[in-house]
Design a protein around this ligand. Structure first.
Ligand code: PNS
Length: 166
């Protein structure tokens, strides 16, 4: 019997960027199945609703067949991994600030259930791209074309620059 190699790629994805798409696509090349876990923090009011984030992820990753997108709330990531039967968590790292943020979480998750975290170096083309920076730049009139998938660009401008998209 062969075991399906499955990973979870967790995040807020508010909204998905091209940096996320790069890491998710590469995770899908390494694992049989990728579960993109949209983890909603109920204490944080997002720019997009969880349903909108799932929809935008779905449109950005429509051509990756072995990947599915699922929302979760008020759960530990390790319990998500257990629920979906994932052996690993995959995260992208843009640099040492990401590593400093991610390492304690990776160690805590391994402490809790033994689940491993696999880090993929982010494509340097997107080293400066984060959901929060993209939203700030877009809201103040900056050009974020090429930093987010096309479907996200439209939705983002409509949300943060209503009435003056484009
Ligand atoms: O995209 P983000 O906001 O950097 O993602 C952070 C996220 C959602 C992956 C992280 O906060 C998380 O894993 N939350 C789930 C709750 C949990 O398990 N917390 C303990 C982590 S050690």
């Amino acid at each position: 019997m062969t075991t399906t190699r499955r990973c979870v790629c967790p995040g807020s994805y508010d909204p998905v960027t091209r940096g996320h798409v790069d890491v998710l696509t590469r995770a899908a090349a390494l694992y049989d199945e990728v579960v993109v876990a949209v983890l909603h923090n109920p204490a944080k009011r997002g720019t997009f609703t969880v349903e909108e984030r799932v929809d935008l992820l779905g449109r950005a990753l429509a051509d990756v067949p072995n990947l599915r997108i699922e929302p979760f709330a008020r759960v530990l990531l390790v319990d998500v991994c257990r629920e979906v039967g994932a052996q690993a968590i995959v995260k992208g790292l843009r640099g040492d600030t990401d590593f400093a943020y991610e390492l304690p979480m990776a160690l805590m998750n391994r402490h809790l259930t033994g689940v491993e975290t696999v880090f993929l170096p982010g494509d340097p083309e997107f080293a400066h791209v984060s959901s929060s920076l993209v939203k700030e730049v877009a809201a103040l009139g900056g050009d974020v074309e090429g930093l987010v998938p096309d479907a996200v660009l439209k939705a983002l401008l409509a949300r943060v620059r209503p009435g003056q998209e484009g």
